[in-house]
Design a protein around this ligand. Structure first.
Ligand code: PMP
Length: 369
């Protein structure tokens, strides 16, 4: 849809693009400065699991923000959270192994699992459950072949987060299935609208330390998607295996990017709250328009920067196509295991966002924009 939106634009049509999952902010100035300084020095190969300064900065951030402590040997840095997740799956999965993926899900998870020769087990989570997996549905999906359970909160595309109690319930199920690992993708942890601190399954279930890989990175929080820096923290043996995969594919993520990531993690953090406030304004502005539609039911997301309205009728691909023709690009929910929904990103300026939402409502409700 993003590509088609770009083609329409190139052909001279005005298209509001609400497809993209990346912040529209600049990276922190101190991160850019650190990269500029580093780029002027000779930079050779660095360790495959990341420069020591970044492994340390990643664990310090977890200590500071979540009171979680890890050793340097428990941190693996990769080319974005995406590569860390892929490496972890590739290092551990074999044919016939199963990976539980609550739906809606980030579109990459099932394909990554398939690329590793394993089987994605999609567990639908309804809007009524806030798009969250419940202990009962998790229990029903677990088998002796389950190798991983993928959790992602705030979720892409749902924005859903888990409370302490709901994580406690999931942890109880996971304790009964000791051969399954847990991947907690927390890439949107800094983009949240609720009260209180982010809570990770790693905090709720410290006894599962040897089974949890917590994944984060600089892409979303610090608006550094193109810098390609992410990390996973978890048991040293898993980190060693992730690093073995990393060594034989791209060696390491660019040293200059890692140096910028250290600066982002260790520099002033005020911009995180400022940006959250901006995202919240946009979320509320978009919701105010979308909730006027008779054809959409839109939940308020707890985090991330997506809305996932449910269509009252019709399929999502047809709806996304008509919306594109009307001048607003969205992604059909089917791409994320959420048929009958549309995903809109509000990581865009408020004027375009409001215009896009008005086009959506007018088109679906059949009235002129
Ligand atoms: N996890 C989720 C849920 C995402 O939405 C994304 C990016 N779209 C990633 C991971 C990958 O992030 P990175 O840029 O760090 O590879």
């Amino acid at each position: 849809m993003a590509r088609r939106a770009a083609e329409y634009r190139a052909a001279g049509r005005r298209i509001i693009d609400l497809t993209l999952g990346e912040p529209d902010f600049a990276p922190p100035a101190h991160a850019v400065l650190a990269a500029q300084e580093a780029a002027a020095r000779p930079l050779g190969y660095a360790p495959a699991n990341g420069i020591p300064e970044l492994r340390q900065a990643a664990r310090h951030a977890l200590e500071r923000d979540r009171a979680l402590s890890y050793t340097d040997a428990e941190v693996a840095v990769g080319c974005g959270a995406k590569q860390v997740i892929f490496n972890a799956l590739f290092a551990t999965l074999g044919p016939g192994d199963e990976v539980i993926i609550p739906a809606p899900y980030w579109a990459s998870y099932p394909d990554m699992v398939r690329l590793c020769g394993a089987v994605p087990v999609i567990v639908p989570c309804s809007a009524e459950s806030g798009f969250r997996i419940t202990p009962d549905t998790l229990e029903a999906a677990m088998t002796e072949r389950t190798r991983w359970v993928l959790l992602n909160a705030p979720g892409n595309p749902s924005g859903a987060t888990y409370s302490h109690d709901s994580l406690t319930g999931l942890a109880e199920v996971l304790r009964r299935h000791p051969s399954a690992m847990i991947l907690s993708d927390e890439i949107y942890a800094h983009i949240r609208y609720g009260e209180g601190e982010y809570i990770s399954i790693a905090q709720v279930a410290p006894d599962l330390h040897e089974r949890i890989l917590l994944v984060d990175g600089v892409s979303k929080a610090y608006a550094m998607t193109g810098w390609r820096v992410g990390w996973g923290v978890g048991p040293a043996e898993l980190v060693r295996r992730i690093t073995a995969v990393q060594t034989q594919n791209c060696t390491q993520t660019a040293t200059v990017s890692q140096i910028a990531a250290v600066a982002a993690l260790e520099g002033p953090q005020e911009l995180l709250a400022q940006r959250c406030a901006t995202y919240r304004q946009r979320r509320d502005a978009a919701l105010a328009i979308l909730q006027q539609s008779r054809h959409l039911d839109t939940l308020e997301p707890d985090g991330a920067f997506y809305l996932l309205p449910r269509l009252a009728k019709g399929d999502d691909l047809t709806a996304a196509n008509s919306l594109l023709e009307a001048g607003c690009a969205t992604v059909p929910g089917s791409a994320f295991g959420a048929p009958g929904h549309l995903r809109l990103s509000f990581a865009t300026d408020i004027a375009s966002l409001e215009e896009g939402c008005r086009i959506i409502v007018a088109t679906l409700d059949g009235i002129p924009a």
